[in-house]
Write a protein that binds this ligand. Structure first.
Ligand SMILES: [Fe+2]
Ligand SMILES: [Fe+2]
Length: 160
């Protein structure tokens, strides 16, 4: 049991994404408080990268992780909430992608997206992942490979 629990699984991969994007939001925050001229281009690049990471992450959850859980769990309220949160995050992502850092709302939108993702990640980490790991017969270790393969494919086509 202990070895199974320790094997990297789908939740491990998804949570590594969560941590990576959290760090990107932190870097963005540092850039946003910088007065350096070069910060503007760096902010734009980083914001685009955050949007790409989150879009790919949401897609692999929606295509692979959530449907498997929907099929396995009796109570799917948490998944429904997660899907609504994805839709709202995507809306904000689309707004950021259509904007430039010259827009006075740019930093605010990135910041709110970060707060929003923080909240969503907490629910996945504290509520959804434990439920997924408790489902008997759900092979999350194999699912990790599926998620990774789909992520690699999406990263290859999405412009960086
Ligand atoms: Fe997630
Ligand atoms: Fe999610």
């Amino acid at each position: 049991m202990a070895t199974t629990r320790n094997a990297p699984d789908a939740c491990t991969l998804l949570d590594a994404d969560h941590k990576a994007v959290k760090k990107m939001f932190k870097d963005y925050d540092d850039l946003a408080s910088s007065r350096a001229k070069s910060a503007e281009q760096k902010k734009l690049d980083l914001a685009r990268q955050i949007c790409q990471e989150l879009t790919v992450h949401a897609t692999i959850e929606e295509e692979i992780f959530y449907p498997a859980l929907r099929a396995a769990l009796k109570d799917t309220d948490l998944l429904a909430e997660a899907e609504v949160e994805h839709a709202s995050a995507k809306d904000l992502i689309a707004q950021i992608e259509a904007m430039d850092t010259a827009d006075e709302m740019f930093d605010a939108k990135v910041k709110v997206l970060g707060e929003y993702i923080d909240h969503h990640v907490k629910e996945e980490r504290n509520e959804i992942f434990p439920k997924a790991r408790a489902v008997r017969g759900l092979d999350l270790v194999t699912m990790r490979e599926e998620l990774q393969a789909r992520k690699d494919a999406l990263m290859a086509v999405e412009p960086a």
